[in-house]
Design a protein around this ligand. Structure first.
Ligand SMILES: *Cc1c(COP(=O)(O)O)cnc(C)c1O
Length: 425
């Protein structure tokens, strides 16, 4: 999440540092002006090409400017389709809702209502938290160590990272962190901690409205929860009448293989958040999904100007038709994930203090010496690849290539990574 900082950014024209706020982040690690992009490749104004192993933080699972998505979008725009985004009924929204229901919800036996909470991931999380509190009339939410759920106040209250939390400027309350799977390195059964404090009337834990969890913590350092752990968590929530929210903003839309990252665990969350790749084209779009009996909203109770961007509905619909009509795409993603993992395992095996981690096409390398991860990303940039760090100390090089990346490009990226590690460690 935090881009590497350093004098290297001085190579950019002064307007970026003179006019744009100090809050800018990614451009510090990739100090070049990007001009065009196609599929898994990005080109800067000097004509240098970069293999994109970050995919807009997972917002481009189908690659940059995917030809078929682009032509659907251009057709819609040239036909003067509705562009603005109040929650009116439009042809674009109708097509999206019908297609999402037909290709994603129905085949999975998922009975969810769809809310358009605003265009970003954190909008979706805020809607989920608000709804959980309204349904249960309880305030407290359980989150997990190293979770990332977004930067607005509600989402930040369930986010772990202390630097990001400090930016709130007010107390972040009504949320309690619990150890994520493997937090104690397998020494203590992490999960029983939560069960224990729920049962203990002396624990000081208020009865929570909901638990919010990522199946794989992307920003938190590619921590993968075991499927059994997710199942136990879902069981515990059901037994205690606590709502289970799965934040699938980054790991959904096929990143781990199946459309939803929780499918592999066979669990059915009460509420699901989706964003990043749901539009398929990098256009802002988010969904909050929930069981119909939880749909206690009054009309307009959660409202806003950008409730569903029609051009994003067009590309989202097309992406579902192209990639989710048949099971082949999920199977191919799983295979590519194994290819990526095998390459990472091979790199890791050659060094002490380097290990591979991840699930599906969310894979990475963890460095015991945290500083090395940013150095490796910088070296990869110089060799023509975009890679980012994640984790509480930015100790993980996180790879999120577009799911449509060819096998030969995946191998080329692994080769660049191997060279970068060799040059750094
Ligand atoms: C990126 C992310 C968010 C926040 O999404 P934004 O669009 O940046 O607000 C929330 N949850 C998870 C798991 C994410 O990865």
């Amino acid at each position: 999440m935090t881009a590497a900082t350093g004098p290297i950014e001085d190579d950019l024209p002064a307007v970026f540092s003179a006019v744009e706020s100090e809050v800018r982040s990614y451009c510090r690690g990739w100090p070049t002006i990007l001009a065009t992009a196609k599929d898994s490749w990005v080109t800067d104004t000097e004509g240098r090409r970069y293999l994109d192993f970050f995919a807009g933080a997972g917002a481009l699972n189908y690659g940059h400017n995917n030809d078929q998505l682009k032509s659907a979008l251009l057709d819609y725009l040239s036909g003067d389709g509705i562009v603005h985004s109040l929650d009116i009924a439009t042809t674009a929204k109708q097509n999206f809702l019908e297609t999402f229901d037909r290709l994603i919800l129905k085949p999975r036996g998922l009975d969810y209502k769809v809310q358009f909470p605003g265009p970003t991931g954190t909008n979706s999380v805020e809607a989920a938290l608000k709804l959980a509190r309204k349904v249960t009339s309880r305030e407290s939410i359980i989150s997990f160590t190293n979770a990332f759920h977004g930067m607005t106040l509600g989402s930040l209250s369930v986010t772990g990272n202390s630097m990001k939390r400090a930016g709130a400027g007010i107390p972040l309350v009504h949320a309690t962190p619990m150890p994520y799977d493997n937090y104690f390195g397998g020494v203590t059964e992490d999960f029983h901690w939560f069960e224990r404090v729920l049962d203990d009337s002396g624990s000081g834990l208020n009865r929570p409205a909901a638990v919010i969890v990522e199946t794989v913590q992307g920003e938190g350092g590619l921590n993968v929860a075991r499927l059994e752990w997710l199942q136990e968590l879902a069981n515990l929530c059901r037994k205690r009448d606590i709502l289970l929210i799965v934040d699938d903003v980054q790991m959904g839309c096929g990143r781990t293989g199946e459309f939803f990252s929780f499918e592999a665990a066979g669990i059915v969350p009460d509420i699901v958040t989706l964003s990043k790749s749901i539009s398929g084209y990098g256009l802002p779009m988010a969904l909050t999904l929930f069981r119909p009996d939880l749909d206690v909203w009054a009309p307009g109770e959660h409202n806003g100007t950008f409730r569903g961007h029609n051009p994003a509905f067009v590309t989202a619909t097309k992406a579902l038709e192209l990639y989710w009509e048949k099971p082949t795409f999920a199977a191919e993603t799983a295979e590519k994930g194994l290819l990526l993992r095998a390459g990472l395992d091979e790199i890791a095996a050659a060094y002490d203090g380097v290990s591979a981690r991840g699930r599906g096409m969310a894979q990475g390398l963890m460095f015991t010496d945290a500083d090395l991860a940013a150095d490796v990303c910088r070296s990869a940039f110089e060799r023509g690849a975009l890679m980012e760090t994640s984790g509480p100390s930015d100790e993980v090089v996180k790879l999120l290539p577009p799911l449509t990346t060819s096998r030969s490009d995946l191998e080329a990226g692994l080769q660049i990574l191997a060279e970068s590690v060799a040059a750094t460690v």
